[in-house]
Ligand binder design. Structure first.
Ligand SMILES: [Zn+2]
Length: 286
């Protein structure tokens, strides 16, 4: 599988980014990946880089060497459903301000763009226009095949952290890892059903506090599910990723898009939802 992290340098909800939290989380994620020799791609939002001042580029530089690579996730965390094609293209180009020259300084390109929410175009005309300008700017659209709703668990984890509730933090971590185990198996099976064989998986994660606290356990989960690790470039070399996918205003994982393209019947309702108490705790209404 290929590991990807979105919302670099640091995914945080609400007002401002805590510099210390961003540095700590980045350090743990990057250090763990490096120690385990696991390749990964980190997709950055330029506005989050700017918000961290000089720390922003310093954190991204860690993703510009060895087995780690940078990707573009837009200037802001925009929703392409709400923007016209010109504005989306502007988001893509402004998203390169730090990462493009940084990559070029070590002879690298930025081969992948990933849309926030995986919204790749809500009408066929828009999707096709996006596909064309991404190619013009040298991008391949980054896919993802496994989603564990990590942002959802992270909202609860952030609340427990703010309340210094260590027991709750542990409980959330366990629930997250349990749910991840189920989702990894579910999406692996879904891809086999739709494509009829194994396809390199692409793991969608966010650069947040919860993943920084669980990255070692997540890698162990992937390994025990039988996965080894490859780069995103290597994973997307599989011909399954060349399947033309249709416009949609939603952001499903790629097996659902492939199922539609190949007229394979799948039932998304079989997919397990995260426990409801996680959402209730995160919103403060337990
Ligand atoms: Zn994102």
């Amino acid at each position: 599988m290929a590991i990807t992290f979105d919302d670099l340098p640091y995914a945080s909800e609400g007002s401002g980014i805590s510099t210390k939290a961003a540095i700590d989380a980045q350090h743990r994620i990057v250090h763990t990946l490096r120690q385990a020799h696991v390749p990964a791609t980190g997709f950055a939002n330029e506005d989050k880089v700017v918000a961290l001042g000089p720390v922003g580029p310093r954190l991204l530089a860690e993703w510009n060497k060895g087995l780690l690579a940078l990707g573009n996730h837009g200037y802001s965390h925009f929703d392409s459903n709400d923007l016209n094609t010109e504005s989306i293209e502007r988001e893509v180009v402004r998203g390169e301000a730090t990462i493009r020259p940084m990559a070029a300084s070590v002879g690298r390109a930025i081969p992948f763009f990933r849309f926030p929410y995986n919204h790749i175009g809500d009408t066929e005309a828009k999707r096709a226009a996006i596909e064309k300008f991404l190619a013009d700017h040298g991008y391949t659209l980054a896919a993802s095949t496994i989603d564990t709703s990590d942002y959802f668990f992270n909202n609860a984890y952030e609340r427990a952290f703010a309340k210094r509730d260590k027991a709750m933090m542990r409980r959330i971590k366990h629930a997250y890892l349990d749910h991840s185990r189920i989702q990894i198996a579910y999406y692996g099976e879904l891809v086999r059903k739709v494509i009829g064989r194994e396809v390199p998986a692409i793991m969608l994660l966010h650069a947040n506090r919860l993943n920084s606290a669980t990255i070692g356990q997540l890698l162990a989960l992937f390994r025990s599910a039988g996965y080894g690790f490859v780069s995103l470039t290597e994973a997307q070399r599989d011909p399954a990723y060349s399947t033309p996918v249709a416009a949609t205003k939603f952001g499903p994982m790629w097996a659902y898009r492939w199922a539609r393209a190949r007229h394979v019947k799948v039932d998304g309702r079989l997919e397990q939802e995260p426990p409801t108490w996680i959402g209730a705790y995160a919103s403060g209404t337990p």
